[in-house]
Design a protein around this ligand. Sequence first.
Ligand SMILES: N[C@@H](CCC[C@H](N)C(=O)O)C(=O)O
Length: 268
Amino acid sequence: MPVGIEFLKGHGTENDFVVLPDADGLLDLTESRVRALCDRRRGLGADGVLRVVRPDFGPWFMDYRNADGSIAEMCGNGVRVFAKYLVEAELMPSGEFTVGTRAGERHVTVHDDGTVTVDMGRVLVTGTGTATVGGSAFGGVAVDVGNPHLACVTEVPVAELDLKLPPGHDPVQFPHGVNVEFVNVLDDGALRMRVHERGVGETRSCGTGTVASVASWLYGTGRRTGKATVDVLGGQVSVVIEEEGSTLTGPAVLLARGELDQAWWDAL
Ligand SMILES: N[C@@H](CCC[C@H](N)C(=O)O)C(=O)O
């Protein structure tokens, strides 16, 4: 009887992931396998895959893939789910530890109430830009949170936007694509965001996108540091931006575990 491939399913503010424990890096995680896993009809369904790898040196590494099979540098919701997995699997003690990502090492704190705080590193405002949705243009701020964002603060209620298609952006400014956020200011320190993610489509949350949104809002008010809550379709997170770093705090949920059929995997 062949042994199947272990998986878990989790989400952070309904940005959902398939977690693939692969300590020794033996899984051949091809683009077509990622696409099939993330497909909501022929697979498990998810916005992305988090492969859990133990490098020879350094902390556990989050190998993040978008639902279309592409590789991204960082995932703020994913890293919270990743940290929760490491604790639940008793690979790390609850509390504080470091996780490796393509954007560098990230310090995480797994709290007793089920939330996780992630040190998201330095947030860089790299310029301004324009996103277009259905013929309307939205001015935004380009923000590097390890991955690229164009965060557009707007007075158009974000609930009214049709984000089925990718928002238009300048391909010269963002040669590797971009995650695009639309942000309403509800109050001082209270934002609402919708996002169209590179490599995925509209998702119910994007952790790095919430950090970019707060940076964009602060930029528009002439500030570089500050904090805000960000309401997303899947819940709420809290963001703090300081000169030398930033943090993201929000829930992380693991809801299922099981085994992928080996023959299904092999056929992909
Ligand atoms: N959902 C993530 C971001 C995932 C990567 C993104 N789609 C990209 O291609 O940069 C988050 O929570 O940050």
